[in-house]
Design a protein around this ligand. Sequence first.
Ligand code: ADP
Length: 620
Amino acid sequence: MEAACTSSEALLQLRENVRAYWGYDSLRPLQQEAMECVLEGRDSLVVLPTGGGKSLCFQAPATCLPGVAVVVSPLISLMKDQVDSLLSCGVPAAYVNSTLSYQERSDVARRVRDGEIKLLYLAPERLVQPRTLEFLVAAKVSLIAIDEAHCISSWGHDFRPEYRQLALLKEVFPDVAIHAYTATATSRVRDDIAAQLHLREPKVLVGSFDRPNLFYRAQRQDGLMSQIRDVLDRHRDESGIIYCISRDKTESVSKTLNEAGYRTLPYHAGLTDQQRRDNQEAFIQEEIDTIVATVAFGMGIDKSNVRYVVHAGMPKSLEAYQQESGRAGRDSLEAECALFFSGSDFRIWQRIIEESTDESRGGALAALTAMYNYCTSVVCRHRAIVNHFGQAAPPACEQGCDVCQGDLDLVEEPLIVGQKILSSVVRQQQRYGAHYTALVLQGSQDGKILSNRHDQLSTYGLLSKETISTIRDWIEQLIGQNYLQRVGEHGVIQLTASGHSLLKGEETPLLLKPNRKTKSRSKAARPTGEKSWEGVDRPLFDELRALSRAKAREAGVPGWMIFNDAALRDMARRRPTTLEGFLQVKGVGRKKCQDFGDEFTSAIACYCREHGVEADLDSE
Ligand code: ADP
């Protein structure tokens, strides 16, 4: 099909629908470009981080185009959430999966045939059945959207063989554009998706991997339970996830927290299916605040108001960390990602990887090292993450991480420590790796050092009071700040131009004290977010959130689905008492205004009267 230019009329209609159904006035980065591809019928591959707003990229255009949009989704729970959410906005949508009765399936088929349904969600294995394909060819398909498209690639972290069969879609629907969406960043996966789906000159849109609304901190474990409680105390009555490496740990952390009065439940593969479902449901319905889980938890959860993700142990890669921590703050409001690591986490993962027979062992060890370096580095966390994914650093994060907020406990004379390390590297003629250098500085009796006569160097034993792992951490920090670089396959370390300036005392590095703690717990207090609370009447927000949860329970949908935190804050800021004012709230479309407007505006009017608070503010 020839790609046509998006007419301004089509774009106007699109923006109008986004406003009318979803109540959004503006689009997130790349959403407009992605939507234009859909309107133009041009294949596309859209890579946006979790919370980037991928769904709207195909949902909104689907409401403008004739016919039904077919959406491929890997999990029944995801399908149900997406369809419930669309229905609550007034968009006619449906799914077909094994949970429906024969009668219900026939009913959906009839409504698709009659052109009533704008989006139809299917699992890949159902879509590729000959009967389904035949049915859809006869119906008019407006577009095909493939959600979680990385599942098609064996290079990705979540390969699903059934996705491979989607290769036949281009053959069966030669005139229908295919749009693939994923949060997985590597170019290998990206290329694989395009090739497997036989996309035709797809427009590839890759968003920034920075999540400016997330506050990152990484701290060495030092009284883990009290570190975790500090985070929970900063987020009373808010939802969060605590990830643990082992099943036993999830149980013990959950139990200890409950004994201290917190509301948590565990989640791991050792529980029965029923227990897992119940605990997940309790979290989604907000009957508890915190789920304490292994990495088995998360896929298919699109709860938008997760305000904190704690890692009570180090994940095995930055890819895993980005994905797990990325479950915080999908609604774009501030959220906290706290990682508490220890050297023993590194060793546990190392053992698991070394014992595996997997061919990719080398890659897994490199990924583990990158993760550990992230933990022990003193580079802005936002910068470290996006650089890892091959993107340029985002603008200064200012108060968006522990490093930039100045929370770290730093060595008092970093220049002297840095010079000791660098001069040892020079005296070793820049021919050895980080571990060897640490051994020299520590004054080790290692045979290789003695046979190289490096115990004769003036730098031998210069840092004898420190442990090997501390010196290793400092070397990594110097590499992270570009004073040293690793060269060649043996990882020999050498000085950079900045390293030479450091030796001359012209530049000073930042180095962490060995067992670092935050300077003061109160300073580490609140992740930034004051701005998003500006003008919000907090008690009114709490009241509206309770009302919204009650409405969700009545409707049998997740608590945040009726109004998410962003919409509730905007309501408690504008405090509308008329339906007209209510419709101005971000996240209130026509249908939600019709369904809930009277009740919410009455509650607001009543609250404002009782508390002498000004109502109907025009807070643009
Ligand atoms: P992703 O699939 O990329 O992880 P979602 O599609 O689930 O992200 O969107 C995350 C959240 O952001 C949802 O609550 C969604 O309604 C909201 N959202 C998406 N686009 C916009 C927008 N333009 N303005 C405001 N909120 C948006």
